[in-house]
Design a protein around this ligand. Structure first.
Ligand SMILES: *[C@@H]1O[C@H](CO)[C@@H](O)[C@H](O)[C@H]1NC(C)=O
Ligand SMILES: *[C@@H]1O[C@H](CO)[C@@H](O)[C@H](O)[C@H]1NC(C)=O
Ligand SMILES: *[C@@H]1O[C@H](CO)[C@@H](O)[C@H](O)[C@H]1NC(C)=O
Ligand SMILES: *[C@@H]1O[C@H](CO)[C@@H](O)[C@H](O)[C@H]1NC(C)=O
Ligand SMILES: *[C@@H]1O[C@H](CO)[C@@H](O)[C@H](O)[C@H]1NC(C)=O
Ligand SMILES: *[C@@H]1O[C@H](CO)[C@@H](O)[C@H](O)[C@H]1NC(C)=O
Ligand SMILES: *[C@@H]1O[C@H](CO)[C@@H](O)[C@H](O)[C@H]1NC(C)=O
Ligand SMILES: *[C@@H]1O[C@H](CO)[C@@H](O)[C@H](O)[C@H]1NC(C)=O
Ligand SMILES: *[C@@H]1O[C@H](CO)[C@@H](O)[C@H](O)[C@H]1NC(C)=O
Ligand SMILES: *[C@@H]1O[C@H](CO)[C@@H](O)[C@H](O)[C@H]1NC(C)=O
Ligand SMILES: CC(=O)N[C@H]1CO[C@H](CO)[C@@H](O)[C@@H]1O
Length: 497
């Protein structure tokens, strides 16, 4: 974290010095969709989200099984914006989709093209698949950065993916090798606008320009692959400094952009496919307690995946009044997130979805470096994850790649990767952002792999009911850095330990 200069603090919210913010150009046709993003929305539904530079009275998407037969149409009238934004956020839910099927879709506009996506495999389908996982991916471009730590690079802000954002380029190059993306927090790094001193006189616009550029860049992935998000500290406020964040302009506080962008797209929970009535009821209860995009769950073939929130909504939550104290949240009622996790995890029928995976932003197992270990998070979540036999827990926040042995109570599980009871912790925070990569540090308790020499992303390879591959890749050449396989018996339908 960087302490803001007095000068920077004095101009929070400042707007007016023409030309400092490198906004992308506004298209002539104001119905042009930008910043497209897909998400699994329910068992048989995918949400299509996008932004426009004018309010849409009606937002519609046509879809079908081929590019020339877009014979279904879904619409919504919920084009929304917030005070500092130039864009309106639109989203439409495509329902009644066949499972695991390739669809074509077109956002209805004077200026749009046909895209594709694959709907979710039905829960219980044991077909192997891959998911890409990473957190802490920042913008590339004039108001942002990425390739080398803190270096400002002067390219047009409309950077296409094959250019120099190495991780987005790698994900674009390997797009046929995974079905969806899991990104637990820290997008764009708009709140790091002041790293570039040129930005200081135009905070309000630069913050928004970074968001617009980042989500334009990300659309090369997110318009084609469901992009499942969780909150990170960099979504919280316009500046990550608990003493001055109250000066942020309205619209740049309390996760506003994140809530508006993803809140209506991601699901609450999926309807349970278990034959056990108690499990079905628990899943319904969890649906009522879910608060997307802060905490929710979804299912894909052999996996039940839970996105949880390490920023707000638990005792000593860092961004509320814990270590960061950013005056954000809470979003739910008292204990709502914890009660959601209890109900959701208890509902998971491993004979339907053998793999139970969780993803949150801050790790408690980490070798050190920036942000280090979140023990308030460990206190809030570890016990409940252990109780219900979570298989793997994915994190970011620390800007490098780390794999541990399965851990519980600060100790390695003696079974190692061979049917452990404890969850396998992974840190996937190395795809690149303005803050640069983090030092590996010196706490090697349980650590078996750590890499910070270059940008990275990870892949979960769901191989079978009993085998989960975990691979870390270097972004600049997609070379494999680390590969392991977690073996789990998965012979108990409802794990309680
Ligand atoms: C149409 O959209 C493309 C980007 O998809 C943009 O470059 C172009 O300017 C738009 N055209 C008009 C007329 O708005
Ligand atoms: C949207 O509705 C408003 C108010 O009814 C109307 O003035 C405007 O022309 C409409 N815009 C479009 C693009 O249809
Ligand atoms: C939006 O659509 C809903 C349901 O389709 C309808 O009840 C509502 O009146 C509409 N709102 C506006 C502002 O058109
Ligand atoms: C899934 O990932 C594995 C390991 O990285 C790779 O060998 C395989 O080709 C991927 N599957 C698909 C469908 O691309
Ligand atoms: C049904 O599910 C509940 C938890 O959801 C579990 O406690 C119970 O053992 C299950 N019953 C059977 C017969 O598996
Ligand atoms: C942030 O937003 C949530 C949800 O709207 C609200 O409950 C909470 O009070 C807000 N927190 C602050 C500090 O404004
Ligand atoms: C793990 O270690 C940390 C730091 O020493 C400590 O604060 C925490 O209570 C420990 N957690 C458990 C579950 O033992
Ligand atoms: C190192 O990490 C372990 C496991 O989380 C923790 O128990 C221990 O307290 C940490 N040690 C230091 C010196 O931070
Ligand atoms: C990587 O970690 C090592 C060990 O902690 C540290 O010395 C080095 O500076 C780090 N490199 C980067 C790029 O952060
Ligand atoms: C990728 O990064 C690594 C580590 O910095 C470097 O050794 C390697 O040469 C780079 N590869 C390419 C193709 O740039
Ligand atoms: C399009 C572009 O600017 N590509 C550059 C990406 O970065 C590499 C290494 O710095 C350059 O060689 C490319 O020209």
């Amino acid at each position: 974290m960087v302490v803001l200069s007095v000068a920077a603090a004095a101009v929070l919210g400042a707007a007016g010095v023409a030309g400092l913010a490198n906004y992308p150009p506004i298209p002539k046709d104001l119905t042009t969709p930008v910043q497209q993003r897909l998400a699994f929305h329910a068992n048989n539904a995918v949400a299509v989200g996008w932004s426009t530079y004018e309010k849409q009275n009606m937002s519609c998407v046509e879809y079908g099984f081929s590019a020339t037969a877009l014979n279904k149409k879904a619409c919504a009238n919920t084009s929304v914006t917030y005070p500092t934004s130039r864009t309106w956020s639109n989203f439409v839910v495509l329902t009644d989709l066949a499972a695991g099927t390739d669809y074509y879709y077109k956002i209805v506009s004077g200026n749009s093209s046909v895209g594709t996506f694959k709907s979710a495999l039905v829960a219980g389908d044991m077909e192997p698949f891959n998911a890409t996982v990473m957190a802490d991916l920042g913008v590339y471009g004039e108001n942002g950065y990425t390739v080398s730590s803190k270096a400002k690079r002067d390219l047009s802000p409309a950077v296409s993916p094959e250019l120099n954002h190495t991780t987005i380029a790698a994900l674009a190059a390997t797009i046929d090798e995974y079905d969806f993306v899991i990104h637990p927090g820290d997008f764009a790094y708009a709140d790091d606008w002041y790293y570039n001193t040129d930005n200081v006189l135009d905070e309000k616009n630069v913050y928004e320009a970074i968001l617009e550029n980042f989500y334009d860049q990300l659309a090369s992935i997110a318009a084609n692959k469901p992009y499942m998000t969780g909150p990170g500290n960099h979504e919280a406020v316009c500046v990550e400094d608990g003493t001055i964040d109250h000066m942020c302009p309205n619209g740049q506080k309390n996760f506003t952009d994140y809530m508006q962008r993803f809140g209506r797209a991601v699901p609450t929970t999926f309807v349970s496919q278990s034959k056990n009535k108690t499990a079905v009821q628990l899943a319904q209860k969890a649906a009522g307690l879910a608060l997307p995009p802060m905490w929710y769950s979804f299912e894909y073939g052999m996996a039940h995946i839970v996105m949880f929130n390490t920023e707000t909504d638990f005792f000593n939550a860092p961004d509320t009044h814990g270590s960061y104290d950013l005056d954000v949240g809470p979003f739910g009622s008292k204990k709502q997130q914890i009660n959601f996790l209890e109900a959701d995890l208890a509902s998971v029928d491993r004979s339907v979805t053998p793999w139970l995976i969780v993803a949150g932003h801050r790790p408690w197992y980490s070798t050190g470096g920036y942000g280090n270990q979140c023990f308030a998070c460990q206190n809030a979540f570890e016990e409940i994850f252990y109780k219900y036999g979570v298989d793997a827990a994915m994190f970011g926040h620390v800007h490098n790649a780390q794999r541990f042995m399965p851990m519980y109570n600060n100790k390695t599980d003696s079974a190692g990767l061979n049917n452990p009871k404890a969850a396998l912790p992974l840190v996937m925070g190395g795809p690149g952002n303005i803050e640069g990569l983090s030092a590996i540090g010196s706490n090697l308790t349980g650590n078996v792999f750590a890499y910070n020499a270059s940008q990275t992303y990870a892949r979960l390879q769901f191989m079978s009911k009993q085998k989960l591959g975990v691979q870390f890749f270097r972004s600049n050449d997609s070379s494999l850095l680390d590969s392991s396989v977690l073996y789990k018996e998965h012979d108990v339908a409802f794990v309680v330990q």
